[in-house]
Design a protein around this ligand. Structure first.
Ligand SMILES: Cc1cc2nc3c(=O)[nH]c(=O)nc-3n(C[C@H](O)[C@H](O)[C@H](O)COP(=O)(O)O)c2cc1C
Length: 258
């Protein structure tokens, strides 16, 4: 049976409206779940880069949250001053959101990591045992070849010795720049030094092989076939260790002022 043209148009319109409403409702309904999963994934990354003992067995949301809450104390800092900002609630502070919001961020000075905006406040995760801070976990981000890489860098309580690195989001090519995720490559970082003797960020991803942390404290093997991503990692790590990143906080921390 043939339908009239107005009927066909009405029918197509009605189907579009119904589908649109369904998709929009699903997006709104799933948002809190997505946010919760994102938080859980970040906590998982933080405990794993922290190297805390319970991280290996933390496979369920409950275990991840328990391991995180027992070992991690998030603090919000004033990035420029490098001091803890007690006026901001650390548990709910979202550094990515703060970085995008013009009210809580400013244009970053030109930099090799292609970080465009800097937040007034930033989040640092202290790995604690009782009152003692065992290590610090710093959020890091910056450009590789195709994408912004987001991750964490863990430093020992000396504010210099690297304990680990991880990237939880990027769009680099699997098998090339995507090897930043490779546990074997990440295992090359612990034991190396972030800063040289004059506290200038010194750690870099070189082309080729670096050798042991003892023989090459400031160098990490390059990712083969992915020099641009490797250089991106050097630039972003050095940016966040530097004066516009966590440099002021780390300096205060080392001297017991933060
Ligand atoms: C399809 C494709 C994907 C690539 N993906 C990456 C990448 O993710 N990261 C990267 O640094 N180089 C990537 N490259 C290679 C770069 O273009 C460039 O050749 C490389 O970074 C040079 O590194 P090398 O000197 O170690 O060979 C890709 C090349 C092609 C053709």
């Amino acid at each position: 049976m043939a339908h009239s043209t107005p009927y066909t148009i009405f029918f197509a319109g009605a189907v579009s409206v119904v589908c649109g409403v369904l998709v929009a409702s699903a997006a709104v309904a799933l948002k809190p779940m997505q946010e919760a999963n994102k938080t859980l994934d970040q906590r998982k990354q933080v405990i794993s880069v922290a190297g805390v003992a319970c991280a290996a067995d933390a496979t369920t949301p409950e275990a991840i949250n328990k391991c995180y809450e027992e070992n991690i104390r998030p603090v919000v800092i004033d990035l420029k001053a490098g001091s803890i900002d007690a006026g901001v609630e650390a548990a709910t502070f979202d550094m990515q959101r703060a970085m995008k919001d013009p009210a809580t961020s400013a244009a970053a000075p030109p930099n090799d990591a292609k970080v465009l905006r800097l937040p007034k406040n930033a989040k640092v995760y202290q790995v604690v045992a009782g009152d003692e801070v065992k290590s610090l976990i710093l959020p890091i981000q910056g450009y590789g070849l195709w994408s912004v890489l987001y991750g964490f860098l863990a430093l020992d309580a000396d504010g210099n010795t690297i304990k680990g690195i991880t990237f939880y989001e990027h769009g680099e090519t699997p098998g090339l720049g995507g090897e930043v995720d490779n546990p074997k490559w990440k295992s090359l970082w612990p034991g190396r030094k972030a800063y040289d003797a004059s506290w200038k960020p010194a750690i870099q991803v070189i082309k080729g092989q670096a050798g042991s942390p003892e023989s090459a404290p400031f160098a990490v093997d390059g990712l083969s076939g992915a020099t641009i991503t490797s250089n991106g990692v050097t630039k972003l790590v050095q940016f966040w260790l530097g004066e516009n990143g966590f440099g002021p906080y780390l300096s205060n921390f080392r001297e017991g002022r933060s």
